[in-house]
Design a protein around this ligand. Structure first.
Ligand code: ZN
Length: 344
């Protein structure tokens, strides 16, 4: 098979499962760290590269929390958000639903309204200056319990920023049953937000059923353990409930022990609408282009197949129909031009 990386690099793409703080690249962390000299995070690129080399999952959490600690002011929030969009533009990502955990920032003392203004300012600037359309998913950090759920719901519903389209649930799944969050999802859905909880990443198919029946999920974050339950796979396929699959993340967190054993192909062949995403890209040593290359290999795709995969993300997005056909059209034109061009 030909090397698909140059094709993937230029392909217009949409990303549906990527975390705000988790997208802080070493370049962005260096900028934030320079703003807060008292932090113990290195500022020079070589030391940072080493800092970002994870030894295990506990180390990943430690680094993640040290980056959370660098986001202290509304200006930090704006810088992080805009610079994440800059990294997306470099990969030809045209549209992203960025998962933000406002509870972490608000609890750290950032003013709620200033936080919303900062992300919205970054969103409009990213669209105007970088051509990247951003939308938000506010997620409940599950490990922080019902108080975090209450705060997140209040912020989403009462202070709803213009770019907010969906409501999620992240953090660990083990020991954090999904059904307890039903009242919060009910409120968010009643306010017009779409339900996109993480489920079935590190626990079995029952968690995905709970996300569907209790939290009325329209899309599932990860959802890879669905493969263990044929009835669930059939349900996802029949009702066109997309999965946000993040292959390298699954390997990094040991949700799968080997990429070759990743269930993406089985799910796709069963007719499930599969999308490819990067989750916390710099922290997992990846980016969306790399995830597409991984998925193309696991799924056995050529250029046309990769273009279809990119269109799955557009289909599964919460863009309006005009926005969807604009990006799908860009993907089609790019692919047709690529395949028509003579190549050595
Ligand atoms: Zn995630």
């Amino acid at each position: 098979m030909s090397d698909l990386r140059p094709f993937i690099a230029g392909l217009p793409k949409a990303e549906l499962h990527v975390h705000h703080v988790g997208s802080a690249s070493p370049r962005i962390v260096a900028e934030l760290s320079a703003r807060h000299p008292d932090s113990r995070v290195p500022t020079d690129p070589a030391a940072l590269a080493e800092y970002f080399t994870f030894t295990d999952f506990a180390h990943f959490i430690e680094v993640y929390l040290s980056v959370v600690d660098l986001v202290r002011t509304p200006e930090d929030v704006r810088l992080l958000t805009f610079e994440v969009a800059r990294d997306m533009a470099r990969q030809n990502i045209r549209y992203a639903e960025l998962t933000i955990t406002p509870y972490s920032s608000v609890r750290r003392g950032i003013d709620e309204k200033a936080f919303m203004a900062a992300i919205e300012d970054a969103r409009t600037a990213a669209e105007a200056e970088l051509g990247v359309v951003l939308r938000w998913c506010f997620d409940i950090p599950g490990e922080a319990g019902l108080e975090a759920a209450e705060v997140t719901t209040r912020l989403a519903v009462d202070l709803r920023p213009e770019g907010l389209v969906s409501f999620g649930l992240g953090g660990p799944e083990i020991g954090v049953p999904r059904p307890q969050f039903k009242p919060y999802f009910d409120r968010a859905i009643a306010a017009g937000l779409r339900s996109v909880p993480h489920a079935g990443e590190t626990t079995g198919p029952q968690t995905i059923w709970d996300a569907l029946t209790e939290l009325r999920a329209e899309r599932i974050g990860h959802g890879t353990s669905a493969v263990q339950d044929p009835a669930l796979v059939a349900h996802l396929a029949e009702h066109r409930i997309p999965l946000e699959v993040c292959p390298t993340s699954n390997l990094a967190t040991r949700a799968v022990t080997d990429l070759e054993l990743h269930p993406i192909r089985q799910l796709a062949e069963a007719g499930v609408l599969v999308t490819v995403n990067s989750d916390d890209p710099p922290m997992f040593g990846t980016d969306l282009n790399t995830e597409y290359a991984v998925a193309a290999r696991l799924l056995g795709l050529d250029e046309r197949g990769v273009a279809e995969l990119a269109k799955n993300a557009v289909t599964a997005s919460f863009l309006d129909e005009t926005g969807k056909s604009r990006i799908a059209g860009e993907i089609d034109r790019y692919t047709a031009d690529w395949l028509a061009a003579p190549r050595a």
